[in-house]
Design a protein around this ligand. Sequence first.
Ligand code: ATP
Ligand code: MG
Length: 443
Amino acid sequence: MRLSRYFLPVLKETPAEAQIVSHRLMLRAGMIRQSSAGIYSWLPLGYKVLQKLEQIVHEEQQRAGHIPLLMPTLQSADLWRESGRYDDYGEEMLRITDRHGRDMLYGPTNEELITDIFRSYVNSYKDLPLTLYHIQWKFRDERRPRFGVMRGREFLMKDGYNFDLTKEAALHAYNRHLVTYLRTFERMGLQAIPMRADSGPIGGDDTHEFLVLAETGESEVFYDSAVTDLSFGDRAIDYDDVVQCQSIMEEFTTKYARTDETHDEALFNEIPEDRRRSARGIEVGQIFYFGTKYSEAMGATVVNDQQEQVPVHMGSHGIGVSRLIGAIIEASHDDNGIIWPEGVTPFHCGIVNLRQGDEAADAACEALYEQLTNAGLDPLYDDRNERAGGKFATMDLIGLPWRITVGPRGLKNGVVELTSRKTGESVEMAPEAAVARIIEIYT
Ligand SMILES: Nc1ncnc2c1ncn2[C@@H]1O[C@H](COP(=O)(O)OP(=O)(O)OP(=O)(O)O)[C@@H](O)[C@H]1O
Ligand SMILES: [Mg+2]
């Protein structure tokens, strides 16, 4: 993409309405625009990051054998009356009446809809296990939408649902999701700690929330500092391996880590004092096992090998895809702007032409642009007639991890400059070497 042809409405002023840094930076970098309270348009740069996150979520879910589908945003109230949640859910649910007077709602989650799909088609234990998921917009009429996409009213969620014959099988699905989430968040450059949590309106007894530590987080958390030393890394996982998934679950959830809802002071005090931490965190995901709560209420049964009709064991598993963008920025920025982790960056690198119109500089930039594009990468070339300072400020604000700076003076010596957004370090090298380096980083 050439910046002269892109739509990147950056703001010079710091927007007054934004209370936290990620919201400020998303507005300033032209990523989102509020349309009404808690409802946003995703401008091109923000949309690009959102798509990157969706892609990672899809890859990690499908790696574990989970199957994507797409359910609608608007649902019929009748299904929610079957589960009993139509009345229970309260004012967060946006209720709508269509022209025929039918009660509808904008889905805040999809347990009912997916259970209805399941019961309509699946009758035998032989079709289990099954995990279906989608990435779809949700609506919750939050009392206090705030912090930009962090607590929106309309937000993008990945929600997955497992259907299993037995509790043991469903607990394997739970562990399997925990493992996929660890990998997913690490690929996004985040440390998200699974913490024992409370189940809220979804119901059930087994649940973990994944929290990214951040001062601006809305959840109060308590943990053993040893959990922050754990990292998933590049492990080979067999997602059908019950023992392997179970042992990773134990590795990541045995040390004390809880949200305030389940915090237990006595247990916490058993941790050596120098490792006790209380902090704030952003909830980016949650997994639940809730047994037969919905399958019994809605008649989602299968025939087992004894020819008996039994309700299936279920769980649901959510990732806040749009909230994650805020969480990533909270975890990775400086005074000049965003610092994207390489796994989620909207463009792989920036190319800054210090002297637009200079024959040698223009030709060198075009060549870099072409080589990077041919290598399957997505560079952003700042080809505007603007001063160097302004170009650098824009690149720093939008946070691309790498920048290649091209100017007539360097070119006389056969070099361009490669700069890391994170460390600020610059190295001079031949243009071909810069291209090779960028390709190496991303493959
Ligand atoms: N209002 C919201 N705006 C953006 N993301 C949200 C919002 N509510 C929930 N999410 C995201 O969707 C994920 C799955 O939804 P879940 O039902 O677990 O949310 P929740 O526990 O009600 O969230 P919270 O406690 O923050 O209100 C959450 O982990 C979170 O990342
Ligand atoms: Mg939750």
